[in-house]
Design a protein around this ligand. Sequence first.
Ligand code: PLP
Length: 382
Amino acid sequence: MARVNPLTESLAVYPIVQLNQIRDRVLASGEPLFDFSMGDPPDPTPPFIRQALLDAVPEISQYPTVTGTAPVRAAFCSYIKRRFNVDLHPERHVLPSSGSKEVVFHLPMMVLDPKAPDRGVIYSDPCYPVYERGTRFAGGQPHAVPLHGDFRFRPWELPRDVLKNARLMFINTPHNPTSAVSSLEDLRRTWETCREHDILLVSDDTYADMYDDEPPPNIFDVSTEGVLSIHSLSKRSAMTGFRSGFIAGDEAWIQRLRLFRPNPGLASQSFINEAARVAWLDDAHVRERRSRFKERRALIMDFFQEVGIEAVQSGATIYIWFKAPQPFDDLSYHQHLLKEGILATPGRMLATTEAGNGYLRLALVPDIEGCAKAIEAWRRLL
Ligand SMILES: Cc1ncc(COP(=O)(O)O)c(C=O)c1O
């Protein structure tokens, strides 16, 4: 038997892989499938973005750099100014990334000393699974804080010894999977807590632009000091396959990232950066995209209200987090919905504590006709 890092086996089955296996079984049976499992809607990437990519493929291809191109860095700063009214410097405060997942995964490796007692990483649970995975592979100590009730994260309530031993905290608002949104006051208290305990505050802003009506508060409304914010084009611009995002914030941390990121070769390609540049400079396609998710969410929320299914009402992200109706729990309701080909993610697949139990996540992936048909199918189960 080959000797390997045991983490590669213990963390091997990523939840998405499990859901894909279920989806493939339903598809193979020939029965209808309403796939609300993965946050990867098959919506077209706007044509002007695709064209920018094609036009940028060079005749001679050479290694890209970790800092990317000056025009793409200027586009990141332009977006940050338009969206949060914060002035960032393209040479000092931003770096491109290959989507947000790789940043989340690699950051603990850069920040933590795996031999030090204070190697804790704090995040809320349920959550995007990579906070834990990145922490473990970096030799850190994950501290998942279970969320209940309104599913808002209140890290200032944590015991002092937990905060004292932490070097890194991830926040994610609007939140996957619950769609919960932190208030400005929540964010201010979170930031103060991190400053007091010298914890790097990382805001996973993958869903910053995914809201129905009003833009939700963001950590940059409080400060950029001691903060890194991770942005992504995946959900904002229907570009999951491009693997493109950026990191913005505290100059000293961006400088450390410039030193760290060449080691694993985390440099996004010049043609991807060019597509990213035009995407970050445009807001019209994002408005249009938001309206589609709003329509899908409204249809399903109306149905839930009619039949008495409880859900978090934030009007943000591309998800709906709802409570399994009596007498079901999340696993048995997941199975029940599958009888009509509706694939929802059981909450416990998205959590490492008990906080996901009894809840399920719908990713608003099917188009509006697909959502309407899924509701018809759901009615047959009631
Ligand atoms: C909270 C959160 N962070 C990060 C990611 C990764 O996104 P990206 O496609 O930018 O890597 C996702 C993807 O679903 C997510 O939900």
